[in-house]
Design a protein around this ligand. Structure first.
Ligand code: SF4
Ligand code: SF4
Length: 238
């Protein structure tokens, strides 16, 4: 697989399955066969993932990227051997950091839900092509990633304002809006990738979508209480 195809989510999944270390072997920078230069993206992704690991208390040296051509079997062997040595030195995932199994599982699950958010927040940096490793290493700072963790956004549909026009449901790229005719719409927080499209799409006269920063969205209305009262009908009754 081209290193540019390796997604943050793939690396996270490996750790979630209990793998102690993830090694990426990529083509030399500047030698990608494609105009996309995916190996730069892989490098940026690895540095972002290292900062995420630091935030959740895991040793960032558990993930590594090295560059080599298809003709450099010796470089591949030496790189992998050195990486394996390093990971053995750190110890098993979680145990090496003094994190118990349940706590580790819950931290990784939490990060798993935020992968689309991190990709979106850092999308410009993730595709940047910097001059050298030193610059790449400085691409993401710990403070910046810590801040992104503390300012995670959620989107919430205010049941008192939603008029079930279905615009947000049609525009949501991942079908995270639970939509039914004449029913208050609800965002499935586990599916939502926090792109903000529903906030932009909700007609200003309704203004039903709210962006919440740094705290979870309120619980959704129970299904049997989602029938809406049209604003126009409310006025007629008054
Ligand atoms: S923020 Fe994006 S993904 Fe989440 S519900 Fe709104 S449109 Fe869908
Ligand atoms: S766009 Fe706004 S009013 Fe329309 S269904 Fe979505 S949240 Fe409700």
């Amino acid at each position: 697989m081209c290193s540019g195809r390796v997604d943050l989510g793939f690396v996270l999944r490996a750790f979630s399955k209990g793998i102690d270390g993830v090694f990426l072997g990529a083509c030399h920078l500047g030698e990608c066969n494609y105009i996309t230069h995916g190996n730069y993206q892989a490098l940026n992704m690895v540095y972002l993932f290292k900062k995420i690991m630091e935030h959740i208390g895991l040793n960032p040296e558990r993930v590594r990227i090295n560059f080599m051509s298809g003709a450099e079997a010796n470089v591949f062997t030496e790189s992998v051997n050195d990486f394996v040595r390093k990971v053995k030195e750190i110890g098993p995932l979680g145990k090496g950091e003094g994190i118990d199994k349940d706590e580790l599982k819950s931290r990784l699950e939490e990060v798993g839900k935020l992968i689309p958010y991190f990709k979106m927040m850092n999308r410009q940096k993730l595709v940047s092509r910097l001059a050298n490793h030193e610059e790449c290493e400085r691409l993401f700072t710990k403070d910046e990633i810590d801040r992104q963790f503390s300012e995670v956004v959620s989107y919430y549909i205010d049941p008192a304002k939603c008029q079930a026009c279905m615009t947000c449901a049609r525009r949501c790229p991942v079908e995270a809006v639970i939509s039914a005719k004449n029913q208050v719409h609800v965002i499935d927080q586990d599916k939502c990738i926090k792109c903000g499209t529903c906030l932009e799409a909700c007609p200003p006269r309704f203004g039903a979508v709210t962006k919440i920063i740094g705290e979870p969205a309120p619980a959704p209305l129970p299904e049997d209480q989602r029938a809406i009262v049209r604003k126009t009908k409310e006025k007629e009754v008054a």
